[in-house]
Design a protein around this ligand. Structure first.
Ligand SMILES: [Zn+2]
Length: 446
């Protein structure tokens, strides 16, 4: 057993009744409570207010006084693409426009053997573990020509990382391929490799309700849920989120459904968007926002291309692509923020760092107006969407994964993203070495 004393834990990551601001000096700007955390093996077994009277008798294990610093639970990556990561050097985006990037990665996917995906994904997992992530959900492109190597690589990694990073996989497919003869293969790979959910990126079209009915029937047959890429554009007529909510209700679909992106919701008529949010709430959809990728990919425009040139001059972005996070939160919808692509044609950088995602989400989505809630977007929100009870919390029964910041206040972490972190795993501090990018220099170039 190990008792870690004086950890300032965000209220959003504490169990009741410790999660209440009552009696705290400045719970609006500094919404945490100083607690003592007892760990036994790989689980937290007790959390008590540091100010509570000491228990009778001597504590029978090790004791470390953390000295009143900010402590987060392990954070969760709810939406990424380990099959695509670190392909930028061999398949860079030129304009990083959504459809162009999709085509570049489609061409690169012929190289996605089990060994290739394993090498890149393993680097990604070491990176995210070194930043403090203890659960990760990755989409894997799945179709007639792609996916077998990726699913096989992730099956190995899931076993190797058990007890450190809990890994979930989603079979991401093109609806066009699924409904033009590729469906059987996609379902077969999903079943063989025990994917957590079916994925896909629906596009507005007259057959969408039928397509969603069919996909839900296939997922129901497999006994799994859905995690879709939805409305990743600024087109007001893109209402695949609404169509998904309607399909869940029409089919009484019993499994969990998450929708990522949902950018176009924020350019729709407010009354229409409110109706859609009510349907999302009724259908129980978990909403995933990908603020960093949307910031990079949305609103990316250029002027007219001069003769003989592929692109015109870049124009300053106006549209930033965030979904209606505050309105969804107000409606009681579960929301989470994820990192999405890392060093692939969609976005040429990224580091699987969910604390970066948290800090940037606070800034981009004005979560400073809900500071007490804000840590939930990388902790309890993704844990609920991923169906991982106890994750994202520092509570009895939670995994003993703690991020210990060299910061006593939340404002100092938000001010200084480079604040050093240490990590507790089980009863001990653990090593956290970020893999060096130089390692990638020795990777095969083709
Ligand atoms: Zn994605």
């Amino acid at each position: 057993m190990h008792l870690f004393r004086r950890a300032r834990i965000p209220l959003a990551c504490l169990p009741a009744p410790l999660n209440q601001p009552a009696g705290l000096a400045d719970a609006i700007l500094e919404p945490w409570r100083e607690c003592d955390v007892t760990v036994e093996g790989n689980r937290i077994i007790a959390v008590r207010d540091s100010g509570a009277p000491a228990e009778a008798g001597n504590f029978a294990g090790a004791v470390t006084d953390l000295g009143g610093v900010l402590v987060f639970p392990g954070v969760l990556e709810v939406h990424t693409h380990l099959d695509k990561c670190y392909t930028w050097d061999r398949a860079p985006g030129r304009h990083s426009d959504f459809w162009e990037s999709l085509a570049i990665l489609g061409a690169d996917s012929v190289r996605w053997t089990e060994e290739d995906v394993y090498r890149r994904a393993e680097f990604g997992l070491r990176t995210t573990w070194a930043h403090g992530t203890n659960a990760l959900r990755t989409h894997l492109d799945t179709g007639r020509k792609v996916g077998a190597g990726s699913h096989a690589a992730l099956e190995r990694l899931r076993a190797e990382w058990k007890g450190r990073v809990e890994i979930q996989t989603i079979s991401l497919c093109s609806f066009t391929e699924f409904f033009s003869g590729g469906g059987d293969r996609i379902i077969e790979l999903t079943a063989r490799y025990k994917a957590t959910a079916m994925g896909g990126f629906p596009q507005p079209n007259p057959d969408l309700p039928k397509q969603l009915d069919y996909l839900m029937a296939a997922a129901r047959e497999l006994g799994i849920g859905l995690d879709l890429h939805v409305d990743e554009s600024g087109l007001a007529h893109a209402e695949c989120l609404r169509a998904t909510a309607e399909a869940i209700l029409r089919n009484q679909f019993p499994h969990p459904v998450a929708c990522g992106h949902n950018c176009s919701l924020s350019v729709q008529d407010p009354a229409r968007a409110r109706e859609t949010i009510a349907l999302v709430k009724e259908a129980g959809i978990g909403i995933i926002s990908l603020p960093l990728t949307n910031l990079h990919l949305q609103g990316r425009t250029r002027g007219p291309a001069p003769q003989g040139e592929a692109f015109g001059a870049p124009r300053t972005p106006q549209w930033r692509g965030l979904t209606l996070l505050h309105e969804l939160i107000e409606a009681g919808v579960t929301v989470a923020c994820g990192g999405d692509n890392v060093r692939d044609a969609f976005i040429g950088w990224g580091d699987f760092d969910l604390i970066e995602v948290y800090i940037e989400s606070v800034r981009l989505a004005h979560l400073d107006t809900r500071l007490a809630f804000s840590p939930a977007v990388v902790t309890t929100g993704p844990a609920a969407i991923m169906g991982l009870p106890g994750y994202g919390l520092i509570a009895p029964g939670s995994p003993a994964d703690l991020i210990v910041f060299s910061a006593r206040k939340l404002y100092s972490l938000l001010s200084r993203p480079a604040t050093p972190r240490r990590f507790i795993h089980g009863e001990k501090f653990r090593d956290a070495v970020l893999p060096d990018f130089d390692e990638q220099e020795s990777w095969p170039k083709t």
